[in-house]
Design a protein around this ligand. Structure first.
Ligand SMILES: O=C(O)C1=C[C@@H](OP(=O)(O)O)[C@@H](O)[C@H](O)C1
Ligand SMILES: C=C(OP(=O)(O)O)C(=O)O
Length: 430
């Protein structure tokens, strides 16, 4: 990419090792699942500590359009379910969780639900979900393209049953179907047939959140998930902090030889960000969990990383930024599916890090990153929040980096630039 289409943000360099406590808002993935399940539930619920950022506001707007009562209240979001309404339009933005999780809900409406999103969203794979809905008895019109925009035209009920899909491009295909499946007449059995499904923790998150709400799910056989028909119990829940969004802040400790603490770190979780403890240890940091506070201390060394990130793909951009300034080569593997994320993240990371003098080679399923001295320049974001975060991380130690469109971080953090400034000033970030 050579054109600059959005304002440039001079990424601050760290004048000293960072020393900060960073309070992160709620997980995008948990918030959007909690909202969907609350909308399908048998009574009103409260979602506490939710993320309020673009992706979750899009989910709230989508559910409101479908008839759900959603109100922002002092402790979070209160949700009052209602019959799913048709003859409405839904904006998915660039949110995978909205474009893949809402159509199986919209299928329950009596009437057409039109979906469209950002220009880049029209490139993200959708056909698997749409074909699955067709196989389950729902009429879908996507003009044969398998991407946004499309129309889901329900009749007020979904027969459900068995469906076989290839979910190798995204775990969200499985999660989206399972989240709505209990409300289908025959429930739902999803079989996966294809290369391994990525992001297993996110499927575990879906299954765990369904079970917390009394839905019977059988995931005992590999690549098969069975959701029994029945009620989704309304519960009040507390959303964990977004551990994937901890990545840039914790990386700042690693790179600057500083210390970053993240409170409310869960002792057990299905979030893929939990793997940061191991991954950051492997790049040379000292990581400890004391009570519910995770502390990462940089040791002044950043080691290369040889890792299969198939299960934790969304951590890749920040890890690639660390790898770009590491003292030894890195091999990030198992992440071919990142080509269907907000942008083709493998191409984008290679182009942007190489544009700063780096040595990144795309492989069939990942990135090889060799040590190389980096210089300043423009780091393009491709409308991808995690690309922008990666540029900010590099800017801590490489003077003269300007991140294009830092505002795109609002996809999953309401004020990343403010949190980043607080990080550098040693203040707790909100
Ligand atoms: O279900 C979810 O909440 C998510 C699943 C993953 O998608 P993929 O399986 O497409 O990587 C992940 O990367 C995304 O950020 C969130
Ligand atoms: C892949 C991601 O997002 P989405 O939920 O839009 O798929 C991500 O946040 O890294």
């Amino acid at each position: 990419m050579t054109e600059t289409s959005a304002p440039l943000w001079p990424a601050p360099t760290a004048a000293a090792p960072v020393d900060a406590t960073v309070a992160l808002p709620g997980s995008k993935s948990i918030t959007n699942r909690a909202l969907i399940l609350a909308a399908l539930a048998d009574g009103p619920s409260l979602v506490r500590h939710p993320l309020l950022a673009r992706d979750t506001r899009l989910m709230i707007d989508a559910l409101r359009a479908l008839g759900t009562g959603v109100d922002l209240v002092a402790d979070g979001v209160s949700v009052a379910p209602a019959p799913v309404r048709g003859d409405v339009s839904i904006d998915t933005g660039l949110a995978g969780t909205v474009m893949r999780f809402v159509p199986p809900v919209a299928a329950l409406a009596a009437g057409a639900v039109r979906f469209d999103g950002d220009p880049q969203a029209r490139l993200r794979p959708m056909g698997t979900v749409l074909d699955a809905l067709r196989a389950l008895g729902v009429t879908v019109d996507d003009g044969g393209r398998g991407v946004l925009p499309f129309i889901v035209a329900g009749t007020g009920a979904v027969p459900g049953g068995d469906v076989t899909i290839d979910a190798s491009a995204s775990s969200q295909f499985v999660s989206g179907l399972l989240l709505a499946g209990a409300r289908y007449d025959k429930g739902l059995t999803v079989h996966h047939d294809g290369k391994p499904v990525p992001s297993q923790p996110h499927i575990d998150m879906t299954v765990a959140m369904l079970r917390e709400r009394g839905v019977e799910v059988d995931d005992s056989a590999a690549n098969t998930w069975r959701v029994e028909p029945g009620a989704v119990r309304a519960i009040d829940c507390v959303v964990e902090p977004d551990l994937s969004n901890a990545a840039p802040f914790l990386a700042a400790a690693v790179l600057t030889g500083g210390t970053v603490r993240v409170p409310r770190w869960p002792s057990s979780t299905t979030q893929p960000g939990a793997h940061l403890r191991d991954l950051l240890t492997r790049v040379g940091a000292a990581v400890s969990l004391d009570g519910d506070v995770l502390t990462v201390r940089g040791t002044g060394t950043v080691l290369g990383l040889d890792a299969d990130l198939h299960d934790v793909g969304e951590l890749t951009p920040v890890l690639a930024a660390l790898a770009a300034v590491a003292s030894s080569p890195s091999h990030l593997r198992g992440i071919a599916h990142l080509r269907g994320h907000e942008t083709d993240r493998l191409a984008a990371l290679a182009a942007e890090i190489n544009g700063l003098g780096g040595s990144v080679t795309e492989t069939a399923d990942g990135l090889d990153i060799a040590p190389a001295p980096l210089h300043g320049g423009v780091f393009h974001s491709y409308a991808d929040h995690r690309m922008a975060q990666a540029g900010a991380v590099l800017g801590l130690v490489v003077p003269g980096i300007e991140v294009e469109d830092i505002a795109t971080t609002s996809k999953t953090l309401a004020d990343f630039p403010g949190m980043w400034a607080d990080l550098l000033h040693g203040e707790p970030a909100a």
